[in-house]
Design a protein around this ligand. Sequence first.
Ligand SMILES: [Zn+2]
Length: 272
Amino acid sequence: MSLLGMLKSKLLGGILTGDGDERVAFRCNICGMQCRVERSAIGREIPSCKGCGSTVRMRAMIHCLSMELFGESKVIGDFPNDLHLRGVGMSDWVGYADRLAKKFEYTNTFYHQEPKLDITDIDINMEGTLDFIISTDVFEHIAPPVSIAFENTHRLLNEGGVFVFSVPYSLDSSPVAFEHFPDLHKYRIEQTENSFVLHNVTEKGEVQQFENLIFHGGEGATLEMRSFTLDSLYNEFQKAGFHDVRVHGESFEEFGIYWDGGWSLPITARAR
Ligand SMILES: [Zn+2]
């Protein structure tokens, strides 16, 4: 390793291993465990906590939530118990959902099972009732037009309520997302011998067929509907009425949160 690399390693609190890979120590802000792993084993989607299996994305969602609620980054176990704080997760990871439910009036919701939340069709009685909403890597799967989901999220939040959000996105300059099925209306996904086909009938009655579908986390479950760009997200947040939109590219080494690029970073935004 170069002198610069060693210096960087020292600054990051890292420890060099025999094979030259750097080990970093961190505390998981979800389960509280002290961890020490190779730096190369830390990534957005790589489970790196040996206690709960959290990834950088999961720890970053909690880091962002904590910063927005309390102005500092805490381990969930150190969050104050506050049953007046009302929040909702959209298919949140069980690793932090169960812990948040012990701290707050928090409900993890699902699209296909109870407790249900279809963010494209919300209950008006829930409008303005939530202090926070968490949605990580969900909005790329919502049927178009996705703007409704941003608008309804804003409606559910109370004044100053915070949206803690992530999706995969590129830094392409397009001001709108690349919709894979822009005229999706009445559709079904059919499994063929070795792939999946999406059959759609548009609102105007045109029959469409799509192959080469992209699924996340298990085929057939989570169809990718679009590729966001950062600019398209800024536009959606603004159109929906959010302000203080912040992209969280900051590393937070104490909790093992490192980012290597400017894409797919968590975003927070405030309602009203
Ligand atoms: Zn953990």
